[in-house]
Structures are given as structure tokens and as C-alpha cells.
Write a protein that binds this ligand. Sequence first.
Ligand SMILES: C[S@@+](CC[C@H](N)C(=O)[O-])C[C@H]1O[C@@H](n2cnc3c(N)ncnc32)[C@H](O)[C@@H]1O
Length: 226
Amino acid sequence: MVKGTYGIDYGLIRIDRTGQAEAFDAIGDRYDEAFRQKKGQLSAGAWLLACLPSGSRVLDLGCGTGLPTTRQLADAGLEVVGVDLSPGMLRLARQNVPGATFHRLDLADLRPDGPRDLGRFAAVAAFFSLLMLPRPEIPLALRTVRHLLVPGGLFVLSMVEADVDDFPIPFLGNTIRVSGYLREELYEVIEASGFEILRESSCTYAPAVADVPPEEQLFLCCRRRD
Ligand SMILES: C[S@@+](CC[C@H](N)C(=O)[O-])C[C@H]1O[C@@H](n2cnc3c(N)ncnc32)[C@H](O)[C@@H]1O
């Protein structure tokens, strides 16, 4: 059994993904149309590229359509593995980034002693994917990221700043459930999970569709503390 922060472990929570992958299957490439500007995400990817030697092995957790991050990292010569729960998003990712390797997996499958072991990575990216988990699971997911990294490995992520837990929202004609924190609490959760935050940035983002309201996006560049 894997001990998480706050005394919770994977054996004590019910993992409920009802409707999450189906929503993204239905959303497909409309996701990239709605979220066209990805300056903050590309900048965090560029930070990673500046830190890593060519050929480094990197995991894109909740890679979606592979745009922009899987492609950005693969085009720069990294060996990128993408993981996502949604077969529809993965189909697009395989088309968009033929040079990367993809697996349809739940990120919880990658936990220490979990059913899948993809080995260790020099870096992990998780852009807007951890927010798809209920809050009690986020520290466990962060522990999983830590487990997937080599000592001193890098971790870049983004979240939307919001004080919500497993909250249903309309999203591109579907309903998804999302969680988030106010930024100070997010930093605490990340640091308590064994990471040092090296760089942070935020921006207000207005998606190019009417049914997704403007959001405050947080981008963090972190290192695994040994
Ligand atoms: C908001 S999208 C972000 C996609 C991509 N990272 C990007 O920045 O464009 C969230 C992605 O996480 C995936 N996802 C949600 N829950 C997941 C889980 N438990 N395990 C793996 N992927 C998950 C969804 O299918 C979706 O593709």
C-alpha cells in the first residue's frame, strides 16, 4: 500500500473516472481550437528543454492531443512517452506526434507498485491533467510523479487557480469534473509531495469559446527533492 501525504493512500480512496475519458473522447480536436494560445505552457516546455540534454526520456502525463507539449519536446529531440485516459485524445496525439510513444493508461496505474511500470524519466510534464482528479487524489498523483522521476528529475505542471473539489463544469458541450487550489495551497501540496518549486508564472486566459469562462492559469517548474 502506498502512503500518500495527509495520511491518505491509494488503498483508501475510490477511484471514480465516470464520464471523464468519454468527455474528452467527444471533445477531441475542439480542445485545441478552444485553447489556441499556449504561451505559458510553451514557455514551461522551453524551460524543460533548456535544462535537459537531447535524448532525455520525458513523460507527458495526460498528454491530450499531444499539442503543444508532446510535439514541442519530441521535435527538440527528447524521447517522449505520452499517457492519457481518453482513446479519442490519444488517436489525435498519435497523428500529431508520430515520433512519440503513447499508452492509454490512468495515471493512477503508474503509482509505486501499481499495475504498470514505464520506468524512470528525466522529467514529467502534467499540463492541466492533475486538475481532472478529485482533490484527495492529487497528493497521491504527485507522489506518483516523484516515483517516476530519477533523483533530481524535473517536473513541469499547470493548474487552474480555483478552490474546488471534483466540481462539475460545462466544458465544450460536455460535463467534466475538476479540482483546484488557491495558489498558496497548491505550492504547499507540491512542496509537501517532495518537490522544490524553481519557477512560477500565471496568466489570465480566455478560451476562444463561450461556454468556458476566463481562468487564472498557474505554471510551475519544479525539481524532485532527493
Ligand atoms: C485538459 S486536458 C489537457 C491535455 C494536454 N495536457 C494539454 O495541455 O493540452 C486533460 C487531459 O487529461 C486526461 N486525463 C484525465 N484524467 C486522466 C487520468 N486519470 N489519467 C490519465 N489522463 C487523464 C484527459 O483525457 C485529457 O486528455
